[in-house]
Design a protein around this ligand. Structure first.
Ligand code: ADP
Ligand code: MG
Length: 361
C-alpha cells in the first residue's frame, strides 16, 4: 500500500519553546517495498513514523494510506491508529515479560475478538514464519535479544497489516546479532511483499536493508533515492557525508567538457562526474576512501593523477586506512593491505572521474 504525505508539519512545545519536529514534509512511500527514513538523532524520524501510525497528530497537511485519507487537518479527518491497518515494531522489544511467546503474539488478535481456533492457527503460522515454532510456551524473558525481536515482529505481523513500521528495531542488539537479524528481516520482508517503513540512524543498516532511502535533517526530507543513488550520486553535501565516509574538498567549477565537469581544487585540476553547476561557481568535491587508487609502477595512470605523502597508516584487517597529505588537504584512503607502504612514503594515486562526485557547497 502506498503512503502519501503532503505538507505535514509537527510542532512540539516544551519549556516555552517551539520545536519544529517536522517541517513541511512531502513524501510518497511506494507500495510493497522497504522504505527507510535515515537521519541523525533528533531529525524527526520517529515523529514522522508516529504521524503515519496516528500516535501523533500533525499540525498541518494530509496523510493517506492506499486510497484512504487517514489524516487531514483541513478536512478534519483523523482515523485512529487501530483502524489504520498497520503493524509496528519498536526499538525496545515491547513484548510483555509476564506473558509467554504464544500470548505475546496472539494479543492483537485477542483484543479483536478473533475466534480461538483461528488465533491458534494464525499464531502458529506466524511463528513458523519468523522461525520460532516450538517456542509457544516459553516465557518471553527466557529468550535471547534476537528471539525477542522476532516475537515483536511476529506480533506486528499476526493481524496481517497492510503496512509495517519499524523504529530502530535493531539498536538494542549487539553488532553481530544486529547484522544477522538485519539479513533475516530483509528476507522476511522480501517474502511478505508488504509496505515497510523503517527508521534508523545507522547508515549501513539503511544501505543494506532498503529499496529506497529518504535522508532527513532538522524535520525535512533532504533527498530520496535508492541506496546506490544516495551513496554514489547524492545531490547534497549533507547526504553524501552522512551516508558514508567521504573526503570533502573545496572546488571551483572551470568547465563542462566531453560529458564531464572539470574543477580546480587543492588536489589540482580534477575531472568529475558531470553536474549542472555554473562555471566559476564553488562546489564540494566528494571522494570516498575506497576510490582512491594508489598507482604502483608508472604505466597505470588512468583518471586524475594526484601526488601526496602517507601521513598515517592504520591496519583494520581488510585494508589499511591511510591518511594521505596533499598540500593542505588530508585525505582518508582505504588501501590494499598487500600494498607495501609505510608512513612517510610519497605516493601517487588516481581518482576515476566517475567517482569524483560534485555536490553543492
Ligand atoms: P529522531 O527520531 O529522528 O531522533 P524525533 O522525531 O524523536 O527525532 O524528534 C524530533 C525533534 O522533536 C527533536 O528535536 C526532539 O527533541 C523533539 N521531540 C520529539 N518528541 C517530543 C516531545 N514529545 N516533546 C517535545 N519535543 C519532542
Ligand atoms: Mg527516533
Amino acid at each position: 500500500m502506498e503512503i502519501r504525505i503532503r505538507g505535514v508539519s509537527k510542532y512540539y512545545y516544551s519549556e516555552g519553546k517551539t520545536i519544529k519536529a517536522l517541517d513541511d514534509v512531502n513524501l510518497v512511500i511506494p507500495a510493497n517495498r522497504i522504505f527507510t527514513l535515515l537521519g541523525p538523532s533528533g531529525s524527526g524520524k520517529t515523529t514522522l513514523l508516529r504521524c503515519i501510525v496516528g500516535l501523533e497528530l500533525p499540525d498541518t497537511g494530509e496523510i493517506s494510506i492506499g486510497d484512504e485519507l487517514v489524516w487531514s487537518k483541513d478536512k478534519n479527518i483523523c482515523v485512529p491508529p487501530e483502524r489504520r491497518g498497520l503493524g509496528m515494531v519498536f526499538q525496545t522489544y515491547a513484548i510483555w515479560p509476564h506473558m509467554n511467546v504464544f500470548d505475546n503474539v496472539a494479543y492483537p488478535l485477542q483484543v479483536r475478538d478473533v475466534a480461538k481456533d483461528v488465533i491458534r492457527e494464525r499464531v502458529a503460522q506466524t511463528l513458523r514464519f519468523v522461525r520460532l515454532e516450538g517456542f509457544e510456551r516459553r516465557p518471553a524473558t527466557k529468550l535471547s535479544g534476537g528471539q525477542q525481536q522476532r516475537v515483536a515482529l511476529a506480533r506486528a505481523l499476526v493481524a496481517e497489516p497492510k503496512v509495517i513500521l519499524f523504529d530502530e528495531p535493531l539498536s538494542n542488539l549487539d553488532a553481530k546479532l544486529r547484522e544477522e537479524t538485519r539479513k533475516e528481516l530483509r528476507a522476511f520482508l522480501g517474502k511478505l511483499q508488504i509496505t515497510a517503513v523503517y527508521v534508523t540512524h545507522d547508515r549501513v543498516e539503511a544501505l543494506a536493508l532498503s529499496d529506497s532511502i529518504a535522508v532527513m535533517r532538522a524535520g525535512q526530507i533532504i533527498e530520496t533515492g535508492t541506496p546506490q543513488k544516495i551513496y554514489f550520486d547524492a545531490d547534497h553535501r549533507f547526504v553524501a557525508d552522512f551516508i558514508g565516509r567521504a573526503n570533502l574538498v573545496k572546488a571551483t567549477v572551470r568547465a563542462e567538457e566531453g560529458g564531464y565537469t572539470v574543477v580546480d581544487s587543492t588536489l589540482g585540476r580534477i575531472v568529475c562526474q558531470q553536474r549542472d553547476l555554473p562555471v566559476g561557481g564553488e562546489a564540494t568535491l566528494c571522494i570516498r576512501p575506497e576510490f582512491i587508487r594508489i598507482v604502483r609502477g608508472e604505466a597505470e595512470a588512468h583518471g586524475n593523477l594526484v601526488n601526496g605523502r602517507i601521513e598515517s597508516l592504520v591496519f583494520v584487517g581488510e585494508a589499511y586506512e591511510a591518511e594521505i597529505r596533499v598540500g593542505e588537504e588530508r585525505l582518508l584512503a582505504k588501501i590494499d593491505p598487500e600494498a607495501k607502504l609505510r608512513e612517510g612514503d610519497a605516493v601517487s594515486f588516481t581518482l576515476a572521474p566517475a567517482h569524483c562526485l560534485l555536490v553543492a557547497i
